[in-house]
Design a protein around this ligand. Structure first.
Ligand code: MD3
Ligand code: FE
Length: 215
């Protein structure tokens, strides 16, 4: 017998969060080790970097991408690009473990198919945060976004359709997956500054994968 440390944590539950948004608690937990190996492989090819916002600020979250398109920001603006501006090479291919997870999670949440053409990989160190924003650089906002949290826990802030409206806070921990579709797709959201900590799988980091259909 090999008792699993996480046997007492919820798994495979659908937790409605908002219109069109659902949390799959722990959905990626059993796949996390492979996902993290693939994060390492992706970032060996396309290293994590702190992008500059159009306003000239260095983002506290470090980012990389894989798949046909990658999200980039610089003083010229935000956009999706087929090439990594650091290497001028195409982004690394979407690892099989990533593609499978995105499809499975979308299906579990009720989306018959999801064929993401971009995967943004965010890396948070303690103190890193994401201010309230909308994801609207994707042409196809009917497709859901699938997000996977790995490592240190974070507090996710989920607002409405205006920046100043009411917001809810949701704790996202290792292996949690959220599928954002329908009305929630264009909602404002952000991540509070990451607390210090040490996670057995990721050390002092939190990783977040977001799968997007851009075209
Ligand atoms: C709700 N990432 O990369 S994931 C982002 O934890 C981003 O790194 C956060 O926001 C992170 O753009 C949050 C959850 C998420 C991602 C995309 C969304 C929530 C969303 C798009 C629309 C609505
Ligand atoms: Fe976002």
């Amino acid at each position: 017998m090999c008792p699993d440390l996480f046997d007492d944590l919820p798994r495979d539950e659908l937790e409605p969060l908002a219109d069109g948004a659902v949390v799959l608690r722990g959905y990626a937990r059993e796949r996390a080790a492979q996902l993290l190996l693939d994060v390492a492989a992706v970032s060996a090819q396309a290293p994590f970097r702190h992008l500059i916002t159009p306003g000239g600020k260095r983002m506290s979250v470090a980012m990389s991408n894989c798949g046909p398109l990658g999200w980039v920001s610089d003083t010229r603006g935000y956009r999706y690009d087929a090439c990594d501006p650091l290497s001028q090479q195409p982004w690394p291919a979407l690892p099989a473990s990533f593609a499978q997870l995105a499809t499975d999670a979308a299906q579990r949440a009720g989306y018959a198919s999801l064929h993401p053409d971009a995967c943004l990989v965010n890396r948070y160190a303690p103190g890193a945060r994401l201010t309230l924003h909308q994801d609207r650089d994707e042409r196809d906002v009917r497709a859901p976004i699938v997000s996977v949290s790995l490592g240190l826990p974070a507090t996710f802030v989920f607002g409405g359709f205006t920046r100043s409206g009411p917001s809810r806070r949701v704790r996202l921990t290792h292996g949690d997956v959220v599928v954002w579709g329908g009305a929630s797709r264009l909602a404002y959201h952000g991540v509070l500054p990451l607390a210090e900590g040490e996670h057995p799988a990721t050390g002092a980091f939190r990783y977040n994968l977001t799968f997007r259909k851009v075209f």
